[in-house]
Design a protein around this ligand. Structure first.
Ligand code: PNS
Length: 165
């Protein structure tokens, strides 16, 4: 496993400015970064996986993020199976609060047991500390303006493209 290759996994339903901040920081730390959309069976989805991929690709393309960033999805099993397939030795997660630490720690330990993959926690800009996809979903579903919380590509889509969802 290559410790210079990392995966940023998540539901990204939808991608937020907090996600983009973590992706930007991780892209500057690793030689290759895989941004991986993973279906989370514990959450009711708003957007199809293919739409999340498109929004992530657009958001990254329109940002100042550079480097070797791959956007992909994974529904074939364990997250660490994808990491093993692409030779990634590191999983990167953004930590906004103690709640995130409590949620992420067991997964990090299980993933290390499963495949000797390390998890690195990054602290996003405090400006994004209160932003979550679930809040964005709720505000969007009730007709509110989510543009302060999401990349412009996501705001455009939620404004015009999500009426049939
Ligand atoms: O953005 P989320 O919903 O907090 O992301 C959670 C996710 C998708 C990263 C997590 O549910 C996950 O890793 N799922 C993959 C399934 C897996 O490998 N489970 C066992 C190790 S925890």
């Amino acid at each position: 496993m290559n410790s210079r290759i990392a995966v940023v996994p998540g539901s990204f339903d939808p991608p937020t400015l907090g996600h983009l901040d973590v992706i930007r920081r991780a892209a500057s730390l690793y030689d290759q970064l895989h941004v991986l959309v993973v279906h989370n069976p514990g959450k009711e989805a708003m957007l199809p996986i293919a739409q999340r991929l498109t929004l992530l690709e657009q958001s990254i393309a329109e940002s100042d993020i550079d480097g070797d960033v791959v956007v992909a999805s994974w529904s074939m099993g364990l997250l660490v199976d994808y990491a093993t397939d692409v030779d990634a030795g590191v999983l990167v997660k953004g930590i906004r609060s103690q709640v995130d630490v409590a949620y992420e720690t067991p997964m990090a330990i299980v993933n290390r047991h499963l495949a000797h993959v390390e998890t690195v926690f990054l602290l996003p800009d405090p400006a994004h500390a209160l932003v979550s996809s679930s809040l964005v979903r709720q505000v969007a579903s009730l007709g509110g303006d989510v543009s302060p919380f999401v990349p412009a590509a996501v705001a455009r889509f939620l404004d015009t493209g999500s009426r049939d969802l």
